[in-house]
Design a protein around this ligand. Structure first.
Ligand code: ADP
Ligand code: MG
Length: 398
């Protein structure tokens, strides 16, 4: 089971839209959540990361309006919101709806001619679980907006990269979450059965890396700890600021200018132990992404084991973004026979991933659930995933 989405979502969403707004939507669009295989907090440091889309998607039914207003409701949150596009940054940004209306705002900032939208959202990416429900919402609204407003398209990686940049601005400047570009790129550019190698040092096209664990009798298990997680509570931004401070102290262009072999010489120049550890994480993590791609290309799962272990330890000890639930999930999965495991996403809660032999998926899942129960944590949500396709139109109105 890959956790594929139920077939009935588009027709159900269309019915909800009809009930809410008394008219037909122009269509239904969806965009995936993601897991990052390796390369954490590297995107805003001009580094590398290796996400893939997961078959948990955010779905939107959308129709254009004549005015400059977004009316939106989500099946995950009570209440309908109405937000004016004019004066958005000074006025009401609509709480969670900022992720959606922010996309219209950012499209306009990018020189596109926009109008309002009526939107119904059904998010099947668990919210706030490190699986990027925020980018899935932005990217679903973005592809829908482009289609219904007749804007320049998102065919090919080029157009999709432009749209990813729009969604990043929406998240940073309207929703106020200072994330890098990994999540939006994954949701718009990922392809089925492939991971996406992203290089944030300049304007590099994405590299699509075959990722087919199934042919090796392996599964990728997502372990959503359901521990409190929020990227806009300051922790994420704090790490980002520390990286900016380290770059300033070192007088480099970005942390990408450093290689692991430079660390012994460079790190002592930093003013605090905290900054030394932050830099060590970012620099070694980008190196591990390159090595992980090589390991995948060579089907070298022993190498991947070592890289996942080192990555998790680096996030736990140097970048300090793990938590007891994530550590428990990773350690328990490894002890129960997972080939490799690490936390994924921004951290401070959220999800971990494990590469597990097909026949051990049940056993590893039971072991993690039991460990959480013993420690009195909330029950985790565990599900295997395959690499899914990008944001797309799902249904065109007749
Ligand atoms: P993640 O992206 O890892 O899920 P974030 O904290 O970045 O976590 O984003 C989660 C937030 O995105 C939610 O708190 C909510 O504001 C918004 N969001 C995402 N999906 C939906 C949805 N389906 N309905 C309403 N809000 C959503
Ligand atoms: Mg997010």
């Amino acid at each position: 089971m890959s956790g594929a989405e139920p077939q009935h979502i588009p027709s159900e969403l269309t019915a909800v839209f009809r009930d809410a707004f008394g008219r037909e939507p122009s269509g239904v669009w969806s965009a995936p959540g993601r897991v990052n295989l390796i390369g954490e907090h590297t995107d805003y440091n001009r580094g590398l990361c290796l996400p893939m889309a997961i078959p948990r998607r955010t779905w939107v039914a959308v129709a254009p309006r004549r005015d400059r207003r977004m009316r939106i409701l989500s099946r995950q949150v009570p209440g309908e919101r109405t937000i004016e596009l004019d004066g958005l940054l000074e006025g009401n940004r609509g709480g969670w709806a900022a992720y959606a209306v922010g996309v219209l705002w950012a499209l306009e900032q990018a020189g596109r001619e926009v109008r309002g939208l009526d939107v119904v959202v059904d998010g099947r990416v668990p919210l706030g679980s490190g699986l990027s429900s925020s980018a899935a919402l932005e990217c679903a609204v973005a592809v829908a907006a482009v289609d219904v407003l007749g804007l320049p398209g998102y065919e090919g990686d080029e157009g999709r990269r432009d749209l990813a940049a729009v969604c990043v601005r929406a998240e940073n400047e309207v929703a106020g979450a200072p994330t890098g570009g990994m999540d939006q790129s994954a949701s718009l550019l990922a392809r089925a059965d492939e991971a996406l190698l992203l290089d944030f040092d300049g304007d590099h096209p994405p590299v699509h890396v075959p990722f087919d664990l199934a042919s090796h009798g392996l599964a990728l298990l997502v372990m959503n700890t359901r521990a409190e997680h929020s990227l806009d509570d300051g922790q994420y931004g704090n790490r980002r600021e520390e990286c900016v401070a380290a770059v300033a102290e070192l007088g480099v262009g970005s942390l990408r200018d450093l290689r692991p072999r430079d660390l012994d010489e460079v790190v002592p120049r930093l003013s605090s132990d905290v900054l030394r550890r932050r830099v060590r994480h970012v620099v070694t993590e980008t190196e591990r992404v390159t090595q992980a791609v090589a390991a995948l290309e060579a089907d070298d799962f022993d190498a991947l084991t070592a890289l996942f272990d080192a990555s998790h330890a680096s996030m736990r000890d140097d970048f300090e973004i793990s938590c007891v639930e994530l550590d428990t999930a990773v350690e328990t999965a490894r002890a129960a026979g997972a080939l490799a495991a690490r936390m994924t996403g921004g951290g401070f809660g959220g999800s971990a991933i494990a590469i597990v032999r097909d026949e051990l998926v049940g056993e590893v899942s039971r072991a993690v659930t039991a460990a959480f129960s013993r420690q009195g944590f909330r029950s985790p949500e565990l599900f295997p995933v395959t690499a899914d396709g990008p944001a797309r139109r799902e249904l065109q109105a007749p």
